[in-house]
Design a protein around this ligand. Structure first.
Ligand SMILES: CC(C)(COP(=O)(O)OP(=O)(O)OC[C@H]1O[C@@H](n2cnc3c(N)ncnc32)[C@H](O)[C@@H]1OP(=O)(O)O)[C@@H](O)C(=O)NCCC(=O)NCCS
Length: 161
C-alpha cells in the first residue's frame, strides 16, 4: 500500500532504517539538507518499507527562474532492496501534481543509473545549493511534455533536498 502524508509518525525512521548504519552513505560529508514537506510511503502491512520525500525549491539557471519538485530522502528498507519497489513509489510521488514542471534530485554517482532508468537526466553544469557545491550529483526529470532544462550554472538559494 502506498500512502501520501504531510507528517511522518514518531519513530518512522527507526522502523524504516531498521538499524542500518549510514544507509545514505553520508560518511563524514557535511552537506546540510532541508526537511521535506510531503512524504510518500510504501507499507508492507503496517510496516513502512520505503520512502520518498518531496519539497518545492526555487532554482536559478542564468536568467531563468523556476520552481522544481525536489525529491529526497529516497530509501528502500535493506531487506526489500533490489525487488523493484522503488518505481511504483517514485511514480506515485511524482504524480501528485504539486505544481512544478520539473522534478530534481541529488544522488551519489552510484545511484544515478537507477534514476536514469526512471527518466532523470544528469545536470552536467556546476550546481550549488544553499551555498554548497553539489556539482555532479544533480539530476532532473520533466513532469510534462515539452519542458527542457536550460544551459548554464545552476543555483538553488536554499538547502538541497
Ligand atoms: C537506492 C535505493 C533506494 C534503490 O532501491 P532498490 O530497491 O534497490 O530499487 P529497485 O529494485 O526498485 O530498482 C530500481 C530500478 O533501477 C534498476 N537498477 C537497479 N540497479 C541498477 C543499476 N546499477 N543500473 C541501472 N539500473 C539499475 C532496477 O532494475 C529498477 O528498475 P525497474 O523498476 O525498471 O526494473 C536503495 O538501494 C536504497 O534504499 N539505498 C540506500 C539509501 C540510498 O542510497 N538512497 C538514495 C539516495 S539518492
Amino acid at each position: 500500500m502506498i500512502e501520501h502524508v504531510d507528517q511522518l509518525p514518531d519513530g518512522f525512521w527507526d522502523v524504516l532504517i531498521d538499524g542500518e548504519r549510514d544507509p545514505f552513505d553520508v560518511g563524514d560529508d557535511q552537506t546540510q539538507w532541508r526537511a521535506k514537506e510531503w512524504h510518500t510511503v510504501l507499507y508492507a502491512g503496517d510496516r513502512p518499507i520505503a520512502h520518498v520525500g518531496l519539497t518545492l525549491a526555487d532554482v536559478e539557471v542564468g536568467a531563468h527562474r523556476f520552481e522544481v519538485l525536489g525529491v529526497g530522502g529516497v530509501i528502500v528498507n535493506r531487506g526489500y532492496r533490489g525487488q523493484g519497489r522503488l518505481r511504483p513509489l517514485l511514480e506515485a510521488a511524482l504524480a501528485r501534481g504539486l505544481g512544478p514542471d520539473r522534478a530534481m534530485l541529488f544522488a551519489l554517482a552510484k545511484n544515478q543509473p537507477i534514476y536514469e532508468r526512471f527518466g532523470f537526466a544528469r545536470i552536467d553544469a556546476p550546481v550549488s545549493a544553499g551555498g554548497q557545491d553539489m556539482s555532479g550529483q544533480a539530476m532532473w526529470k520533466p513532469l510534462r511534455g515539452g519542458v527542457a532544462w536550460p544551459d548554464g550554472p545552476v543555483n538553488l538559494p536554499q538547502l538541497p533536498f
